[in-house]
Design a protein around this ligand. Structure first.
Ligand SMILES: Cc1cc2nc3c(=O)[nH]c(=O)nc-3n(C[C@H](O)[C@H](O)[C@H](O)COP(=O)(O)OP(=O)(O)OC[C@H]3O[C@@H](n4cnc5c(N)ncnc54)[C@H](O)[C@@H]3O)c2cc1C
Length: 243
């Protein structure tokens, strides 16, 4: 059965790091798209005469009148990369969704540890208003770990930094795997290197992992050694498409 698609019009394109493109869409049919923060869209297009699609996490929080934003990291020789980086304001694309279960759930009070590499940080940007609601009651805490290579690759840094400054129980740090020296809330190394310092506790922590599949596999192994069960580890792997 063919997937039901809907048209999106590009409202804005911007480079939000030297390599990552943000596309802001609106539905061309004037409808709102109901979605839960953390879900993704499929973008449909033709490549080499064949219909195909790729998945992108929605980086914007659901809000009345807001745009649907995605952040796209380029992949060399990639078909969606070529298509998406060629779009300009006013162009129309076909999308389907929303999809996915990588969302905040009805968890009892806990500590959320949100881990994302590269564009895998974007679902957490969409979750910020939902996290703010939970933090308000004082029963939840949140640790956000962003993994990128260099300082210049930090994504939506200003949003996370501002949220950190205005929410006492929220802590954000950027893990830079290739930068020679770190500043402020940056730390050196991979996101997984931070696990020991967080004193993770399977009784109280709920872990979200998003982005690079190798990071997720490696993190899952480390977390299992720390006593976490798979069901406590919510995962969104940015696996390459098969066609
Ligand atoms: C649920 C989900 C959500 C996703 N969300 C995002 C998102 O928010 N932002 C985002 O940028 N991407 C995201 N992705 C990845 C995205 O869907 C595409 O796979 C990516 O944009 C590459 O597509 P492409 O058509 O340009 O490359 P393709 O034409 O599919 O691939 C070209 C070649 O590069 C290889 N390749 C593909 N991806 C990679 C990679 N990451 N590293 C190295 N080699 C690769 C392929 O195997 C192939 O040989 C997500 C994936 C999933 C499954």
């Amino acid at each position: 059965m063919a997937l039901k698609t809907f048209p999106l019009v590009v409202e804005r394109t911007s480079m939000i790091t030297p390599s990552v493109l943000e596309l802001a869409f609106r539905r061309a049919d004037g409808e709102e798209l109901a979605y839960v923060a953390g879900q993704f869209l499929n973008i449909h297009f033709e490549a080499d005469g064949k219909a195909t699609h790729r998945s992108y996490s929605i980086a914007s929080a659901p809000r009345d009148g807001g745009t649907l934003d995605i952040a796209v990291a380029p992949v060399e020789g990639g078909r969606a990369t070529r298509y998406l980086f060629g779009l300009k304001p006013g162009d129309e694309v076909n999308a389907s969704g929303p999809f996915g279960r990588f969302v905040l759930r009805d968890d009892p009070p806990c500590r959320y540890v949100l881990v994302g590499t590269g564009t895998g940080i974007t679902p957490y940007r969409a979750m910020l208003p939902g996290l703010a609601d939970r933090l308000e009651g004082g029963e939840y805490t949140v640790e956000l770990l962003m993994g990128v290579q260099y300082r210049k690759d930090k994504l939506y840094h200003a949003d996370f930094e501002e949220f950190d400054e205005t929410h006492e129980e929220f802590s954000y740090r950027a893990c830079l795997s290739q930068e020679a020296q770190c500043e402020g809330a940056e730390v050196s190394g991979y996101v997984q290197n931070q696990f020991d310092g967080l004193k993770l506790n399977p009784e109280n922590d709920v872990i979200y992992l998003c982005g690079n599949p190798d990071m997720i596999d490696n993190a899952v192994e480390l977390l299992k050694e720390k006593g976490f069960e798979l069901k406590q580890l919510r995962r969104e792997k940015y696996l390459p498409a098969r066609s």
